[in-house]
Write a protein that binds this ligand. Sequence first.
Ligand code: MN
Ligand code: MN
Length: 319
Amino acid sequence: MTTRRFEPIDSGVTPRFAGHATFMRLPVVVNPREVDVAIAGVPWDGGTTNRPGPRHGPRQVREMSSLIKRVHSVTKISPYELCRVADVGDAPVNPIDLDRSLESIRAFFAQIVAAGAVPLSVGGDHLCSLPILRAVAAKGPVGMIHFDAHSDTVDTYFGGLKYTHGTPFRRAVEEKLLDPKRVVQIGIRGSTYSADERGWALAQGMRIITIEELEDLGVDAVIREARRVAGEGPTYISFDIDALDPAVAPGTGTPEFAGITSREALRLLRGLRHLNLVGADVVEVSPPFDPSGGTALAGANIAFELLCLLAESFAARKA
Ligand code: MN
Ligand code: MN
């Protein structure tokens, strides 16, 4: 097995606006056995129920990630020194075949997991998290720290359809991919279809921290609560960009007013170091609704925070 590490292209040689757009300006490495943290795109939004477009998310996040430098501003770690990180390309998808796409996305991530690598994916709509969890949690349920305006635990849409971006975590609990007692959802808000829309999730034992509770408790208490719920077992982080306030992240399918601020998001993520992380994703960046590029910039920065968390966690397991 190679121990070759990968570095972003040196911006002192090739300026940030030049060269191929890859995640974090890393090389593309198609063999997951050569990487420890595999950054992958999932250019698919076949589960979208309202405004479409996150199929274009991976390309735009790759583009905006060219602005991100090697070293984390607060922790001073460089993920590229901790382990082997590369852009492994996009999962194969079919834009008009939901069933086939769910299976091809699962198979792509199963191959990453089988290689011993940890996936960091950039979607795609939130239904993409379901086939990724089918790969990551194939051997048993995982916990999840989930940032979102929505619980995504509705049963069905449009006359009994079970696979949409509003249902992935209901399916994941039913399939025993998630241990609901180790799931915490942060930033939940907005009007709902019914008064007890979140009742099923709560009945399973999920911890829902609404935006109102986040404001009341404060960021540090929410971090403690998220860490308590996730515990020491294998944990996945899923970040729906609509968790952020639409003032900073308007480019998404189902924006909800009055969300998490950029600074709160960074503080929350930085409070999640040294968990036992087995994967992460950032989803629902929709470039057609993002004329400024600011939503993709948010997605790229959140992906870098997630990368640093995954790299530290991976390195700690190998130490
Ligand atoms: Mn979501
Ligand atoms: Mn959402």
